[in-house]
Design a protein around this ligand. Structure first.
Ligand SMILES: [Zn+2]
Length: 65
């Protein structure tokens, strides 16, 4: 499984609020806790687009808990 590097994670910001994002527990998404939006990582590349982001509720529904 591809994961993004810590260096990359440090420079990535939420496109909506420009805050830092956090890697999800199973490393398949980046989460902005401020906006409660989840940016999926596709093929090792985070999709940092507000239009493509899903809500926290949708993300939890996808992955169970
Ligand atoms: Zn945000």
């Amino acid at each position: 499984m591809q994961t993004i590097s810590r260096e990359l994670l440090e420079i990535i910001a939420c496109p909506k609020c420009k805050s830092g994002v956090q890697l999800s527990r199973n490393s398949d998404a980046l989460i902005c806790h401020k906006c409660k939006l989840v940016y999926k990582i596709r093929h090792g590349i985070p999709v940092m687009l507000v239009d493509e982001a899903i809500t926290m509720a949708e993300y939890k529904g996808e992955n169970g808990s």
